[in-house]
Design a binder for this molecule. Structure first.
Ligand code: HEM
Length: 166
């Protein structure tokens, strides 16, 4: 074997072990925890799915709200994306976590079920959550399912919950 061939083989081995490492890191991906925060000590609003529906753009007097990972963002300033008759209107007035993760507008993905999603799809969800929504839009509140799943996140906060549990 010539020195050149040996060198190519060596490079291939390095690349293979690196890709294995990347694959391994990917397989271990878990979705980042959501943090529940209050705006200046104000009570945090908790939405039921039915309440969130009022903010789907069909009533132009109301803001546009979109849930992702149980966090409700006020996406009103993205009206050209999300408003009535805009291309991504189906994503608002609901928690559209699954659709955002999969970059899908299909009816079966318009929900917050993350079961069966691949590691890279979950990673993509976190990237879009942080890079677009946290970076760009104010938080209007949180979904009731988040409160039910993780009550400890709300423990030290005042909650404005129209279901009357607080
Ligand atoms: C052919 C396919 C698609 C193309 C070419 C496309 C293109 C774009 C472009 C160029 C923008 C940025 C517009 C701007 O900043 O002015 C955008 C925004 C966006 N896209 Fe798509 N898109 C596609 C499919 C999808 C799909 C399937 C989804 C499903 C979730 C999606 C979700 C979004 C959302 C939510 C925004 C707005 C993000 C924000 O609030 O800033 N897109 N798209």
């Amino acid at each position: 074997m010539s020195a050149q061939h040996f060198f190519s083989l060596f490079v291939v081995c390095i690349l293979m072990s690196f890709s294995q490492f990347v694959h391994h890191a990917d397989a271990g991906y878990t979705l980042k925890e959501v943090e529940v925060v209050s705006n200046n000590g104000e009570p945090v609003r908790v939405f039921t799915a039915e309440e969130l529906k009022e903010y789907d753009g069909s009533n132009s007097d109301k803001p546009l709200y979109m849930g992702i990972k149980g966090v409700v963002f006020d996406v009103s300033k993205g009206e050209r994306f999300y408003g009535k008759d805009a291309p991504y209107n189906v994503l608002v007035g609901i928690d559209s976590t699954r659709a955002v993760a999969k970059m899908s507008l299909e009816k079966e993905d318009l929900n917050h079920d993350i079961s069966g999603l691949s590691e890279s799809t979950l990673k993509s969800l976190d990237d879009v959550f942080e890079g677009t929504y946290v970076a760009k839009y104010p938080i209007a509140g949180y979904m009731d399912y988040l409160l039910e799943q993780s009550p400890e996140k709300f423990e030290k906060l005042k909650v404005w919950d129209t279901r009357g549990t607080v």
